[in-house]
Design a binder for this molecule. Sequence first.
Ligand SMILES: *[C@@H]1O[C@H](CO)[C@@H](O)[C@H](O)[C@H]1NC(C)=O
Ligand SMILES: *[C@@H]1O[C@H](CO)[C@@H](O)[C@H](O)[C@H]1NC(C)=O
Ligand SMILES: *[C@@H]1O[C@H](CO)[C@@H](O)[C@H](O)[C@H]1NC(C)=O
Ligand SMILES: *[C@@H]1O[C@H](CO)[C@@H](O)[C@H](O)[C@H]1NC(C)=O
Ligand SMILES: *[C@@H]1O[C@H](CO)[C@@H](O)[C@H](O)[C@H]1NC(C)=O
Length: 423
Amino acid sequence: MRLTLNFVSHLVLTTTFTTIFVAASASNTGFDVKPFKIDLAGEIPHLKSLVNSTRLPATALYPNAGPSKGIDLETLRDLRTDWLTKYDWEAQQAELNQFSVVEFSLNVSDHWITVHFVHEKSAEPDAIPVILLHGWPGSFHEFVPVIKPLTESAVTSTGKKVAFNVVVPSLPGFVFSSAPPTTNWNNDDTARIFNTLMTEVLGYSTYAVHGTDWGSGVGYSMYASFNKTVRVTHLDFLAFLPPSAEEIAENNITLSDVQKVTEQRFTFYDSIGNSYFTEQTTKPNDIGLALNDNPVGQLAWIGSKFKLWSDPRAGTPPSVLNNTAILTSVSLYYLTQSFLSSVWIYAQNPTGFQTVYTKAATDAPLLFSQFEYNIGLWPKEYVAKLGNLVSYKVHDFGGHFAGLDNPPALIEDIRDIGIYFKA
Ligand SMILES: *[C@@H]1O[C@H](CO)[C@@H](O)[C@H](O)[C@H]1NC(C)=O
Ligand SMILES: *[C@@H]1O[C@H](CO)[C@@H](O)[C@H](O)[C@H]1NC(C)=O
Ligand SMILES: *[C@@H]1O[C@H](CO)[C@@H](O)[C@H](O)[C@H]1NC(C)=O
Ligand SMILES: *[C@@H]1O[C@H](CO)[C@@H](O)[C@H](O)[C@H]1NC(C)=O
Ligand SMILES: *[C@@H]1O[C@H](CO)[C@@H](O)[C@H](O)[C@H]1NC(C)=O
């Protein structure tokens, strides 16, 4: 095991946990469902001493190199200083521990896999079960601003009453979930165990899916493979290669001004922004082991993506993606020693971005949200090739981490699942 957490002494048995136990054991007793509390405060002195002793250059080598050359020294120095002097891990940990968090284990081809997940239930009896799927370098933390609001009674954009039972698993190999057992474990395998989580562990016979980044690849796999149980899917990213500007023009697709900005972001990403993708796909051990015990290194590698892939207005309302949010994201990877296993997801899904758009064998409605500063643009005509597209929305605020970058818009769009969901 890569974690030395003491699960048992930190159990807090709330009513919600008890409910989960009953629901789980009613359908299957073989999953070893356990409450889980984060307690990594003991690791903080080691983290701080490494952050403090890491030397950064006194002055930038090429101060005007610009963001296309990677994170700049001043940005990294500010983040590092905040980590050392302002950042309060225990306060962040307490915020994460406000949720009902559970883990379960299952035996896949003779390997035990442990999956960590948040399960926040609504007080509404007819709440829709929804699973929220993160990607890299995200984690369940990026959904913190949307979890509680989604459990509350609200209305869809058409005025229909809606509330959700929210499930947020950590992908295998990310933070508290154990690493996948094999080098060829892929999104379809994750989709299968997450469908098991929703149906057999939690006992929901039908549910909805939301996915972003790699989570949209897992989400699409769930949408296409489990058409009896997945009854509505909402995505804000696709594991299908976005079309180039030339291809869009050849297909006579007209883009709005907001979409044109996103298309330029994709052109940048596709030409000089995805070297990390190649690195993590071909040599995950090199970067994974190099940065395993190097918190400032992880801060540079991951912080660069948070800065570059989000709205330039990040950190100002409605965005909550400020330095604290970036430091919590990196702290979670560092403190659980899961940076290495997280980057392996690229090697394990070498065709991560599929080039051929295929229609899923399902009649379930598909909803899509495009955020202006995301790193890929998927025009409506392309998303429609994948399934039963019923809603396509474009937002002029927010980027790749919508749960942090524009939580109100993400909440509103996920709520629209309620227009289409039939249990
Ligand atoms: C960092 O190290 C210096 C020199 O050893 C020490 O004076 C300072 O208190 C340390 N800062 C933190 C935040 O640990
Ligand atoms: C996993 O399940 C298989 C088949 O049920 C069983 O033979 C095997 O012993 C189990 N493996 C572990 C590690 O428990
Ligand atoms: C795009 O429009 C041009 C000019 O009207 C037409 O010749 C071409 O066939 C169209 N392309 C597609 C893919 O519809
Ligand atoms: C970041 O935003 C959160 C609220 O979302 C706030 O509590 C925190 O103080 C902010 N951190 C910084 C460094 O501004
Ligand atoms: C679900 O998928 C199966 C197999 O591809 C297909 O035969 C069936 O029609 C699909 N069901 C729905 C409701 O789309």
